[in-house]
Design a binder for this molecule. Structure first.
Ligand SMILES: Nc1ncnc2c1ncn2[C@@H]1O[C@H](COP(=O)(O)OP(=O)(O)O)[C@@H](O)[C@H]1O
Ligand SMILES: [Mg+2]
Length: 402
């Protein structure tokens, strides 16, 4: 495996994800959600590799941009998984895609692909279903245990589609899962991954029953994983100051740890906090300017809500949803699962005797139940925006001269 791709820590999270990712002829389609940069793609890739070693054909499709045409779909299927895969999988993928697209477009399908634009809209899931079924047949021929497909940034596949079509897609995946293995095809399991809450929300909102979608929330790493990852990025042991700043200001957010360790150094945390502070301030100013009296009321409500959010996660209720949604969209707040949230206090490290208890920074949790800042630095930025500098941890106050 490529060294830069090594998964650091996240052992409990990986084991849990794998439990739900092995084909078992059940209809539930798992959705992995969590803040941007928290490590969803890294975890999905590691899971695909682990399944590959266990004898499955496991594919990780990263839908980097909106899929609008058959040509887009084809190149997404054959190229996005190319990076870490064995030549065997590359070949299986290419041959399967060729078979499906030839059946769809006839001879000369390759020349037609760029112009087959308008064909793709509502039938995207029919094409995918055919493709996945072919992959399952291919896996069976190769004597593999089954097929697992991780569809990363899945919202890009279904952008612009309505509720019915999104449901068509999920049901299609669910029936492949339920009906396979059959005589000619191996078992099948899909795992959706998304950084867009609105997508996960849509799935839950339009779900015809609770049977179809399950949520795997990935949140902050545990303390020891965070320090291990920081050490990995930094290439040496963290000094006392570094450890303190990671502990209080950064937490277990991989992409933020990476910026601090590899590029900007400790003072970057202060800049990041200021960025959040201004974004929150602008958001509140925007609300205030929107309407006259109503604006002021709403601003007070928002202020109170943000003050509550500094102290701990807030249960998601319909009451304040509209007010906070804008900050979730801006990546300052997140929806999460309380059991694996971190941020206000470290998630517990898993040790042997804790295995089945709450530990680690992510897992299956059904649905998202709370609202919280995306990470520790965001919590501090919010505190500054509502004038609560007293809430800033002492080491960060010193470092950032607050
Ligand atoms: N457990 C981990 N071990 C090593 N690197 C990680 C880990 N988690 C995340 N990273 C790194 O942090 C960055 C963000 O992770 P990524 O998986 O892309 O997050 P997401 O998909 O949730 O946005 C990437 O550069 C990735 O390589
Ligand atoms: Mg990602």
């Amino acid at each position: 495996m490529h060294h830069g791709r090594r998964l650091v820590g996240r052992r409990a999270e990986l084991a849990r994800l794998l439990e739900g990712a092995r084909p078992a002829s059940v209809r539930t389609v798992p959705v992995v959600v969590g803040p941007s940069g928290i490590g969803k793609t890294s975890l999905a890739r590691a899971a695909a590799e682990a399944l590959h070693r266990e004898g499955y054909m496991a594919y990780h499709f990263l839908i980097g941009r909106r899929v609008e045409t058959l040509g887009d779909l084809y190149s997404m299927l054959v190229s996005s998984a190319g990076v870490l895969y064995t030549s065997l999988m590359h070949e299986a993928l290419g041959a399967t895609a060729a078979r499906v697209f030839k059946a769809l477009l006839g001879d000369g399908w390759e020349e037609q692909l760029p112009t087959a634009a308008a064909q793709l809209r509502r039938d995207i899931y029919d094409v995918l279903a055919e493709f996945f079924l072919e992959l399952a047949r291919d896996a069976k021929k190769r004597g593999k245990k089954g097929v697992v497909v991780f569809i990363d940034e899945a919202q890009n596949l279904l952008r612009g589609l309505g509720a019915d079509e999104i449901w068509g897609f999920v049901k299609t995946l669910a029936s492949l899962q339920e009906e396979l293995p059959s005589g000619e095809a191996a078992g099948f399991q899909a795992v959706l991954v998304t950084s867009e809450y609105r997508f996960q929300q849509k799935l839950m909102r339009y779900s015809p029953s609770p049977d179809y979608v399950d949520t795997f929330y990935l949140g902050e790493m545990t303390r020891s994983d965070a320090l291990r990852l920081y050490r990995h990025f930094r290439g040496r042991e963290p000094g006392g100051d570094e450890e303190t700043v990671v502990e209080h200001g950064v937490g277990g957010h991989p992409s933020l740890l990476k910026e601090v360790a590899k590029k900007w150094g400790l003072s970057y945390v202060c800049r990041y906090i200021r960025r959040i502070q201004q974004m929150v301030t602008e958001y509140m100013l925007g609300l205030a300017e929107e309407g006259s009296e109503g604006g002021i009321d709403r601003n007070e409500d928002l202020n109170n809500m943000l003050e509550r959010l500094i102290g701990g996660p807030v249960m998601r209720t319909a009451m304040h949803a509209g007010m906070l949604a804008g900050l979730v969209e801006r990546g300052i707040l997140q929806y999460g699962c309380r059991a694996y949230l971190g941020i206000y206090g470290w998630n517990r490290d898993c040790s042997e005797d804790l295995e089945e208890l709450e530990c680690g920074g992510g897992g299956w949790c059904g649905g998202l139940d709370v609202v919280a800042p995306v990470n520790r630095a965001a919590r501090i930025g919010i505190a500054l925006a509502v004038g609560r500098a007293g809430e800033v941890p002492e080491p960060i106050r010193r470092l950032c001269r607050l």
